[in-house]
Design a protein around this ligand. Structure first.
Ligand code: MN
Length: 129
């Protein structure tokens, strides 16, 4: 492989979900950086400026969407694609996430057979704006 590996920041507080997502992404050749809460995510985001963020919408003491809004204001990383990963399936949630700055949405439970392809699609689409 000649092109550099794409970096994906996974923000997820559930250990089982994090392990599964990390496994699937690494198997697909991505470099994975993980963060289990908002403050770790903030540090990792600024330090690594990833190619993509996968954001759990339920973080300890923090609504994931407020963190997305914060990342969108970052002068360097404001256009990084951020994909919401959540079990939320209520009417209007998808629209709320997109309006709040998310690039897209992947539903939990994670489908191990299609997850890497979904991530690749968002990476191929390029910057969020
Ligand atoms: Mn969570």
């Amino acid at each position: 492989m000649t092109s550099p590996r794409k970096t994906v920041l996974v923000v997820e507080d559930n250990e089982q979900n994090l392990e599964l997502v990390q496994f699937l992404l690494e198997e697909a050749g991505y470099l994975v950086i993980s963060a289990r809460d908002a403050s770790a995510a903030r540090i990792a985001f600024r330090r690594s400026l990833p190619d993509l963020v996968l954001m759990d919408m339920h973080l300890p003491g923090r609504d994931g969407l407020s963190l997305v809004r914060e990342f969108r204001l970052d002068p360097l990383g404001g256009d990084v694609p951020i994909v919401a990963v959540t079990a939320h399936a209520m009417r209007g949630d998808r629209e709320r996430f997109l309006a709040g700055g998310c690039t897209g949405y992947i539903a939990k439970p994670i489908d191990a057979g299609t997850f890497a392809a979904q991530v690749a699609r968002y990476l191929d689409a390029g910057p969020a704006r």
